[in-house]
Design a protein around this ligand. Structure first.
Ligand code: ZN
Length: 546
């Protein structure tokens, strides 16, 4: 599982030299860089995390009072550090959201089975309608629901899905068949993402798209689906009111799917095997029905943009991103009902503030501008960053790079740094230099099959061709003590992903958050003090738009 990749010799030599030079000021770093670097403190990182994850911030749901508190906190901090408004004379970029809340009194029938909301199914609509009605729609299993010409794979080939309900496997055909050479083996491609499945089903003209949940290929359990699909769902406001989307988007549990396949006289596991071998679809000769009643509300959330202008090329920016939002609170939940999102992503937001302070503390202003973009609605599908990338305040061709922090490492200091989507761009050279200073090595992410490169805000920049880096402390504890701590803390961090128990803990060790923040500070520093334009590697699926 755990694959270490050695860097080419040339680069190793370079990192060695810079590592040696790191204790003295080099020609490249004439300012008080090291002082600012060392000034990044665990205490401050903890303090900001604690505030942002407090109950007072109500789980930082977009468009709620929790948003207002969060925006105030961010703006006042950036302002106090001397950062200028990034959007004209405002620190805020309004993001128009369509909030669609499905009535939980909802049942999905497939064949003779009826499945209950959250227990075995979830569904919603991106059509801006108070009611969508799926009635006796033919069910077709479409394997992975992939149409990928470059892999010679089209599950929809020769199939007319108009008015039909497509049932789709999660992940892509390479995942459970890594030796087959299909797609990128265990490394998830964008075709494996659930967002893609609905996009493709919509392009094909299907009426409904239902994904079968399986814990391993999804990389998270059913409770994550049930929680994140209940309550208000957001999308960006569109001109056509979501008319180009399928009417119903949903998930069913694996158990539910097995029952439906059995009624169709099919074995789910055997059908999945077929779907793995090659493009595949099969009519189940059963009907699906569901009524989704929704309340609609247009509302406005905000990205926060704060800039420290460069001294020579203020028009050229390095943009740090971290999403400030989380899941809010669930008034129907007994006991603790606030999704505080301490790890996800009060930590990345806190790191941004602390890093902004380090940049502001430099006694020589870097040549390029340093910009912090704190985005909204990441949890709802990277909407804030998508909106920004589609309406960039700083031209994308003046955006040198994007560096993203999402759910920082609260499991303690590490010997390694995990690069999410390793091998994509030259930004990794900068990262290698920064981690060499810390005596850490770069490794490939632990589970490339989970598709993390497509699951946070840097992806919105990558899609638009801006080189984007996402990295964090790896899995090798720095020492024995860290190893013990990591074991204990990991149970909580993993178990509390998108749960109410993701809350700030005084006994969290922030040495890992600190070293990662320092690492990003150095990567950012080297970029804002350089005139280099790092490129995507030729093998990457992304390239700078001309
Ligand atoms: Zn999250």
């Amino acid at each position: 599982m755990y694959k270490k990749l050695a860097y080419p010799l040339g680069l190793a030599a370079v990192t060695l030299i810079t590592a040696c030079a790191s204790h003295t000021e080099t020609a490249k770093q004439p300012s008080n860089f090291v002082e600012a670097y060392n000034g990044i403190s665990s205490d401050e990182l903890k303090q900001h995390t604690k505030v942002l994850a407090s109950d007072e911030f109500e789980g930082r749901l977009p468009t709620t009072a929790g948003e207002e508190k969060t925006l105030d906190y961010l703006v006042s901090n950036f302002k106090a550090l001397g950062y200028l408004p990034g959007n004209g004379d405002s620190y805020l970029q309004p993001v128009e959201l369509m909030e669609i809340t499905a009535d939980p009194d909802m049942h999905l029938s497939m064949g003779s089975h009826t499945f209950d909301y959250q227990k075995d199914m979830v569904a919603s609509t991106k059509r801006e309608k108070t009611q969508v009605n799926l009635k006796d729609s033919d069910i077709v299993f479409v394997g992975y629901g992939v149409n990928a010409p470059e892999y010679g794979w089209n599950d929809y080939e020769g199939l007319d899905v108009k008015g039909k309900t497509v049932v789709i496997l999660v992940n892509d055909p390479g995942f459970e068949n890594p030796e087959s050479g299909k797609f990128q083996g265990k490394t998830m491609t964008y075709y494996g993402r659930w967002t893609y499945k609905y996009e493709e089903a919509s392009r094909q003209g299907a009426e409904a798209a239902i994904i079968v949940h399986e814990t391993e290929p999804a990389s998270y359990g059913w409770s994550v689906v049930a929680n994140s699909w209940s309550g208000p769902q957001y999308s960006l406001v569109t001109d056509n009111g979501g008319a180009d989307r399928v009417a119903v988007e949903g998930w069913v549990s694996l158990d539910a799917a097995k029952k439906v396949f059995a009624e169709a006289g099919l074995d789910f596991a055997a059908e999945k095997q077929h779907a793995m071998q090659g493009p595949y679809h099969k009519a189940l000769n059963l009907k699906a029905s569901v009524t989704v009643n929704s309340s609609l509300k247009k509302s406005t959330s905000h990205n926060v943009i704060a800039t420290l202008p460069g001294s020579v090329h203020p028009d050229e920016h390095v943009i740090f991103t971290a999403h400030w939002d989380h899941l809010g609170s669930d008034p129907n939940k007994k006991g603790d009902h606030i999704y505080n999102g301490a790890h996800d992503n009060a930590t990345g937001t806190a790191a941004s503030i602390v890093m902004a302070k380090a940049f502001a503390a430099l006694d020589q202003r870097p040549a390029r501008s340093t910009t912090f973009l704190m985005v909204t609605a990441e949890e709802q599908g990277l909407l804030g960053s998508q909106y920004y990338a589609e309406h960039p305040v700083i031209p994308l061709d003046k955006t040198v790079a994007n560096l993203n922090m999402d759910a920082m490492n609260v499991l303690g200091a590490t010997k390694d740094v995990s690069v999410i989507g390793m091998g994509k761009s030259e930004l990794e050279k900068y990262l290698a230099k920064a981690t060499a200073r810390q005596g850490r090595e770069l490794v490939q992410e632990h589970r490339p099959e989970a598709g993390y490169y497509y699951r946070s805000d840097h992806f919105s920049f990558a899609k638009k061709g801006v080189p984007a880096l996402y990295a964090e402390g790896g899995d090798e504890p720095a020492n024995e003590e860290m190893a013990k701590y990591r074991k204990r803390a990991n149970v909580i961090v993993t178990g509390c992903y998108h749960q109410v128990c993701d809350e700030y803990r005084e006994n969290w060790d922030f040495s890992g958050v600190r070293e990662d923040t320092q690492m990003f500070f150095e990567v950012g520093y080297d970029l804002v003090t350089s005139d280099d334009w790092p490129k995507w590697n030729p093998s990457s699926e992304f390239q700078r738009n001309k």
